[in-house]
Design a protein around this ligand. Sequence first.
Ligand SMILES: Nc1ncnc2c1ncn2[C@@H]1O[C@H](COP(=O)(O)OP(=O)(O)OP(=O)(O)O)[C@@H](O)[C@H]1O
Length: 437
Amino acid sequence: MPASRPPPSSSPLVLPALEALAGPVLLIDAQQRVTAATPEAEARLGLAAVRPGTPLGEVLSLPEGTRGFETLLSHGRQVEAMLKAGGRARGVRVRAVTLNQGGKRLGWAVLVGEEVEAVAEGEETFHGMWTRDPGMKRLFRIVEKVARTESSVLVRGESGAGKELVANALHAISERRRGPFRAINCAALPPSLLESELFGHVRGAFTGAVRDSPGHFRLADGGTLFLDEVGEIPLELQGKMLRVLETRSIIPVGGRSPVPVNVRIVAATHRPLRREVEAGRFRADLMYRLRVVPLFLPPLRERRGDILPLARRFLDELEQNGPRRVERFSPGARQLLESHGWPGNVRELRNVMEYTYVIGEGPVLHEADLPPEFTEPRPPPDPAVPPRPSGDGHDLAELRAVLARAGGNHTVAARMLGISRVTLWRRLKAAGDTAKR
Ligand SMILES: Nc1ncnc2c1ncn2[C@@H]1O[C@H](COP(=O)(O)OP(=O)(O)OP(=O)(O)O)[C@@H](O)[C@H]1O
């Protein structure tokens, strides 16, 4: 094919249609030279960069280690490339489809997708936690320091913000890493059960105790025990917990003799324990014992720069096992994702991406593919409802709206919000919903 002959679809009619379907697209001929560009490609790359005849190598460069443009042009797979045009080099995802006519290759359509702004912008992955946020990175440095000690750590953060991941990281870096890591959610169990789950019980201690049970402290011996929602431990159990931490031994329910345990405690709470102490719901001495090193994990809405890159990472994970390739977010979807309140934090974001990946089709993630709570008009505020409780991320009207959409099913509503059923129940209670459930 002569270099001057353009691929067939470069007619003025086809280009805008191509753009509507796929976004910024470059058409290149068999000699890898630009023959045409959609208006959005012209706007993003600059007119000079996409002038017909420009070699593709002057528009894009591929990372070192990639075999020239072969990978891009032969596999139809998405690859990361640097856009050379427009002064500052920008990382983008690109994909190419071959244009054939009568068995003859005429050229390619190159789709220019999302900007990736990768490593240069200072992203960091720390034991499964990804961020670009300076506050999070500072937190990682503290975790590294504290992990070398035996001090108790209290992580404060909303549901789904990554508290368990922080606890896991502490364990993984510490000297105890070869020992067990165990986690227990203190809000998920009634007080009587919680005691035996923590400290174990002896056979016959209560109805149903048909055999001895070691409990989490003994199971975590030599390792780390993560006490999630530690603020929910009932007062009567708090005294026992303090004794365990001070004597480093437990007495199983129904037992007499103390059993020594060697456990590092990492506790977590979604609200300030100090407030619980002031309200008389939490013992001050236990708070000081647990909170030798306090860590605060900011909610996702306070690190908005992490939202889109994290969303992209979750999509990448989904693409590993799914048929769909998402190349870019529509401007509307970006705006909705960035302005959402994310009461369920990173867990909610992960769930939303999974929903969107399954519901949507094609290379563009549109706002209509997002779950209904993103696009439905919010109910007007109910003057009888108290304002949003601080730190919890959403108010009663919002919770009720989600519950209504879930047909009153709390398990489904909790999943939609990306929080646990217990957390939903607690938030409804905290927001003043006294309705029976
Ligand atoms: N920075 C992050 N990067 C990647 N994934 C994250 C990040 N933070 C949280 N996640 C993911 O979000 C989910 C929730 O995290 P995690 O269980 O640690 O939160 P949590 O604060 O302990 O929640 P809860 O209080 O409800 O138990 C997990 O799937 C976790 O892998």
